[in-house]
Design a protein around this ligand. Structure first.
Ligand code: SF4
Length: 255
């Protein structure tokens, strides 16, 4: 929920979601359309579908309880290396290293000093986590915060950074260019503008479908492309392919 949405907007959605779906079993038992409905306004609607699929898998494979091993977590729909490790660290407080864009930037600059491959980034992070369960949560949170608040993408606050004096490779080498974080695995690249994108049209269509089925001749208007029904049809087909919609006669509706 927090991937692209501000905390203040997420909190009421989170509360409503947990009130309706307090555990995987209740989520799995609901139609996926209800999960998509509660996801309204949070963006990336495929996550709602993945969440429902993951809840269904947790019930089927793990008796309704979230597993704690990386292999089992990553076998769940929608859970990649980052989310699986985040669950392991922050829910179960077990040893693992979370690597998001912020952590990867710190690793590339401070630890390795050059552009990182995915394996190098994860390997470096894994090697750094201190032993002892009491450290796991704190260490990972500190790395996330350091990247988000201090070692930022454009203007790293090196003067305030606790790593600068002794531990930062890039600072120790007097900041040679290019910045080691550029192009490193996990470090985000700028996304194409949302306005006018297919993502925007997909979001608009799903928003209309939350209110009920939509006839074929209404797709173009609903997607915001009244003069381009071909594009609307292509986007509608992508929603069907992603499990976010189904065709029913001459209508499109939530699954
Ligand atoms: S000294 Fe600067 S570049 Fe190095 S980790 Fe700190 S903020 Fe990042």
């Amino acid at each position: 929920m927090l991937q692209q949405t501000q905390v203040a907007r997420v909190v009421p959605r989170w509360d409503a979601f947990l009130a309706r779906f307090p555990d995987p079993k209740s989520c799995a038992a609901a139609p996926v359309s209800e999960v998509i409905g509660l996801w309204s306004g949070l963006g990336y609607n495929r996550r709602a579908v993945h969440l429902h699929q993951a809840a269904t898998a947790v019930v089927a494979r793990h008796d309704g309880r979230l597993p704690s091993t990386l292999a089992e977590l990553q076998a769940l729909p929608g859970l990649g290396p980052y989310t699986a490790r985040a669950v392991k660290v922050f829910a179960f407080e077990q040893r693992a290293a979370v690597v998001d864009a912020n952590v990867a930037r710190v690793l590339a600059r401070a630890v390795i000093g050059h552009k990182l491959s995915p394996a190098e980034a994860q390997g470096a992070a894994d090697a750094l986590v201190p032993d002892g369960p009491s450290w796991v949560w704190t260490w990972n949170q500190a790395m996330l915060d350091l990247g988000a608040q201090v070692c930022t993408s454009r203007r790293p606050a090196c003067a305030q950074c606790p790593l600068r004096a002794q531990h930062c490779s890039w600072a120790g080498a007097h900041f040679p260019q290019p910045d080691p974080a550029l192009g490193s695995a996990g470090v985000s690249v700028r996304q194409a503008p949302f306005a006018g994108s297919d993502r925007q049209g997909r979001g608009r269509l799903v928003e209309v479908l939350r209110d009920g089925p939509l006839a074929n001749d209404g797709w173009a208007d609903a997607a915001g492309w009244p003069t381009d029904p071909g594009r609307a049809a292509r986007v509608a087909a992508s929603l069907v392919a992603d499990g976010l919609a189904v065709r029913a006669g001459d209508q499109l509706k939530l699954p």
